[in-house]
Design a binder for this molecule. Structure first.
Ligand code: ADP
Length: 513
């Protein structure tokens, strides 16, 4: 066991593939990243070449190992985390994809989903899968490929084809076609998976004409999926989780009421709700959290469409900033936003409001409004939108907030983090390393214990790189904490103003003649 020095996280994202080697302290020993091509065959369509996904992921992993001179015997395990929902179908016999990967962002099946909603499926989908019918999820993408590629459905029925999200595709290739599997978190984003029974749902499968034979076996995120011989020695693949759930795990949000929020272009927030399935009335999604056994925990998931993107708008369209981090100096140059609120509803508003016609709104301008106030109001809008999601999650789950952990590019903004702590009246913690997604995948793999068959047919016991969750948690290092400092009265005033501004954005949408 002592010879094992690293766990590899394969972080397969929408625009790039990365490999990170973590040591037992959770420190990054080596990292390599490579972008790959995006294909846009028509307006609103997005595809990847599955071979690009595979070859870049292999390439970066080998390079990362070389970078630190890691031999295969020194790798305790591989954990995979991936862009979710993206759909690949390949031939079982040859491993050749029959169509490009249809990426989660792709809207080509929007009409099909509209039809499904009109046929009254919304409630069934929500109760069974925890999701709201949408073209993002894999189900309609699989159906599209089976409908479009000549002969595909008949071949799928004969058992000749395999479907997988990106994790399954990587596992299949890493094991040379021996293993066709996925994990609960990825399965829960296909819109085909019954999150209560932990099985594919017959009714939805038959609605889309998807044969069960093409679907992967589903396991806990921490599980011994198989071994790969691709790196010059046998390495167990012991972790698999969708990116957001991996981040929840990497942030060590193991208990009900613990929340992580990622401040990127948009915000992605997940709340662990424990063993309870909380079905939302406010447009939050219910999903399975990553774990290491069949007693799954669930999570509520919500997103803010425009977060860091609003800062980019200040930089690129308003030309108020040279770069995003500069927003912080402007925020600190004034003592408040001087009554200005900006609701960056550039493409409508998501949970808990759900109005696709809402548009960006600025309220409270006076002759004294300066550029600093305008910038500060925009930065504050990230915190207010986050607070709206948090409030919805607390209300619907009946849980109180136990901790708020943050990551993502804009979490580097200390002003924003302090304002968030103030507005949400909570202690907020930012890890020293914001690579939480990859750390989560590594953690899942490194915590898994089981028997495996080595290349020479020898059985081994793996992985136990971290003895237990506590040992793994020791690898989560807090970078900075933010505690609320404002009075309740001030907080209420600020929130009241924000809600009034949101009503203005909604009124703009609803008043159209
Ligand atoms: P993504 O993964 O969505 O591409 P990142 O996690 O890399 O996003 O975060 C980038 C986003 O964060 C950009 O929208 C950028 O404008 C914003 N951002 C980065 N640094 C700061 C900062 N110091 N203050 C405010 N926003 C920032």
């Amino acid at each position: 066991m002592e010879a094992k020095r690293y766990v590899i996280a394969m972080d397969q994202g929408t625009t790039s593939s990365r490999a990170i080697l973590f040591d037992r302290e959770g420190k990054i020993a080596g990292v390599v990243q490579r972008e790959f091509e995006q294909h846009y065959p028509q307006a609103g369509w997005v595809e990847h070449d599955p071979m690009d996904i595979w070859s870049t992921q292999m390439g970066v992993t080998m390079e990362a190992m070389q970078k630190v001179d890691a031999r295969p015997e020194e790798i305790a395990a591989i954990g995979i985390t991936n862009q979710r929902e993206t759909t690949i179908i390949w031939e079982a016999a040859t491993g050749k994809p029959i169509y490009n990967a249809i990426v989660w962002q792709c809207r080509r099946t929007a009409d099909r989903i509209e039809q499904m909603k009109q046929e009254g499926w919304t409630d069934y989908i929500r109760k069974t899968t925890g999701l709201i019918p949408d073209a993002y999820f894999s189900a309609s993408k699989i159906a599209w490929i089976l409908d479009t590629v000549p002969g595909a459905r008949a071949r799928a029925e004969r058992g000749e084809l395999r479907f997988g999200t990106v994790d399954s595709w990587l596992i299949w290739n890493l094991t040379d076609g021996r293993v066709h599997a996925t994990d609960y978190t990825n399965a829960s984003r296909t819109m085909l998976f019954d999150i209560h029974k932990l099985d594919w749902d017959e009714k939805i499968l038959s609605y889309f004409g998807i044969p069960r034979a093409m679907l992967p076996k589903v396991y806990p995120s921490g599980h011994l999926y198989g071994t790969t011989d691709r790196f010059g020695g046998s390495i167990p693949i012991a972790g698999d989780a969708g990116d957001q759930q991996a981040a929840l795990f990497g942030q060590c949000c193991f208990d009900a009421g613990e929340v992580k929020n990622t401040y990127g272009t948009g915000c992605f927030m997940l709340m662990n709700t424990g063993r309870d399935v909380v079905l939302s009335q406010k447009g939050l999604l219910t999903t399975i959290a990553a774990g290491t056994d069949d007693k799954v925990q669930y999570a509520l998931e919500g997103s803010v469409f425009i977060a860091g993107a609003a800062i980019q708008w200040l930089r690129d369209e308003m030309r108020f900033l040279k770069n995003s981090p500069q927003s912080e100096e402007y925020c600190r140059a004034v003592k408040n936003s001087n009554g200005v609120y900006i609701v960056p509803a550039f493409s409508g508003m998501g949970a808990p409001y759900w109005n696709q016609y809402a548009r960006g709104t600025v309220v409270g301008l006076t002759r004294g409004t300066s550029k600093e106030h305008f910038i500060r109001a925009t930065v504050e809008s990230l915190a207010y939108q986050t607070e709206d999601l948090l409030t919805a999650m607390k209300e619907e789950s009946g849980l109180s907030l136990r901790s708020l952990k943050v990551d993502g590019g804009a979490s580097a903004n200390d002003f924003l983090m302090q304002f968030q702590a103030d507005i949400s009246n909570t202690l907020l913690r930012r890890p020293a390393s914001v690579e939480t997604t990859a750390l989560g995948a590594a953690g899942l793999a490194g915590l898994t214990v089981g028997f495996w068959l080595g290349a020479a047919g020898l059985a081994g016991l793996t992985v136990g790189f971290w003895k237990d969750r506590k040992a793994f948690e020791a690898s989560w290092h807090c970078g900075k904490e933010f505690s609320p400092v404002i009075e309740d009265g001030e907080r209420e005033q600020l929130l009241k103003g924000w809600r009034r501004a949101v009503r203005c954005a909604l009124a703009w949408a609803n008043d159209e003649e």
